[in-house]
Design a binder for this molecule. Structure first.
Ligand code: ADP
Ligand code: MG
Length: 291
């Protein structure tokens, strides 16, 4: 590649809102065969809302939501913000919280209003020795609707199933179609529930789903998907940084965290996901001009 054509390509990228942090990335993107994307904050807006809540017998909705929101007020997770916003919208008063702790990829726990409260994924409840099968049909339905089911336990008893839904970004369907038109395979990697991930993937026509991945599992998933061909990874979060570094080309969503941007070869200046196919098309055009 001539330095001039790389410079021209890099300049064209900047006009399109695609920042190449390294010239090699512009060259490498043309050979990509697989594009793997993080779900939350990349394919979706990363701004979930609470949509459903069902209670176990003997539990009161307002009382459960108040203690759950009190605990979640200590968490930075987007799910936590959705639950706190719902409690605030209902005018609930949140009790004091002590002994807050979080288990990454599982959930959160604390003492609130004199009770021990645990909130998290089904695997977290299983870890606590709780049986979630009573909510099985509800969880299945919520997952198939593309909503993420969570569970709350109070003093060691399963109290509620809560669902949050994160809207798909407006540009995502178009972006996936454009990647398919370029002949690429599209994969989703997420820590979220398998049913939820598959429902969203089906809606978007995504080819491969790797779900219920623990934070350190994203790299392993990228390594596995690399078997299908040269891989670009697109992500926005702190926990995407290792996967961005492991990919042949890492693309960070510019609206994401600084840590993801640091780890990436390419930065998409807006959250607009069609920039991914734009970047790949630009790479192909640039490299064609050179040969
Ligand atoms: P992702 O970014 O894909 O959601 P995480 O590793 O952050 O992956 O979380 C994985 C899962 O752990 C979530 O989908 C959720 O079920 C559970 N979880 C994590 N943090 C919380 C929290 N603050 N409240 C409830 N559940 C949580
Ligand atoms: Mg994310």
């Amino acid at each position: 590649a001539t330095p001039t054509s790389i410079m021209v390509g890099t300049g064209r990228g900047a006009e399109m809102g695609v920042l190449f942090r390294k010239g090699e990335a512009l060259q490498a993107l043309q050979s990509v065969k697989v594009v793997a994307l993080d779900k939350t904050g990349t394919l979706t807006e990363g701004k979930p809302r609470l949509t459903d809540m069902a209670l176990a017998p003997g539990f009161d909705r307002a009382a459960v939501l108040a203690v759950v929101a009190a605990v979640e007020a200590k968490s930075e997770h987007p799910i936590a913000r959705a639950i706190v916003a719902a409690a605030e919208a209902e005018g609930l008063i949140l009790p004091e919280v002590t002994a807050f702790d979080s288990v990454t990829g599982f959930g959160v726990m604390a003492a609130a209003g004199g009770q021990r409260v645990d909130v998290g994924a089904d695997r977290y409840m299983v870890k606590l020795g709780l049986d979630v099968s009573g909510f099985g049909d509800t969880a299945t339905r919520l997952g198939d609707e593309g909503k993420s089911p969570l569970y709350a336990a109070i003093d060691g008893k399963l109290a509620a199933i809560i669902a949050v839904a994160d809207p798909i970004k407006e540009t995502t369907p178009q972006a996936i179609q454009a990647l398919h038109r370029l002949g690429l395979k599209v994969a989703m990697i997420t820590g979220d529930n398998g049913r939820t991930a598959n429902a969203i993937a089906r809606q978007l026509g995504i080819d491969e789903v790797v779900a219920e991945v623990l934070p350190d599992g994203k790299v392993a998933a990228v390594k596995r998907l690399k078997a299908l061909g040269a891989l670009a990874y697109v992500g926005d979060g702190i926990n995407d940084a290792p996967a961005l570094a492991e990919a042949d080309v890492g693309l960070a969503v510019g609206t994401g965290t600084d840590i993801a941007i640091e780890a990436a070869d390419v930065v998409l200046m807006s959250g607009r996901l069609t920039a991914v196919s734009d970047a790949i098309a630009l790479s192909k055009a640039t490299m064609r001009n050179i040969r």
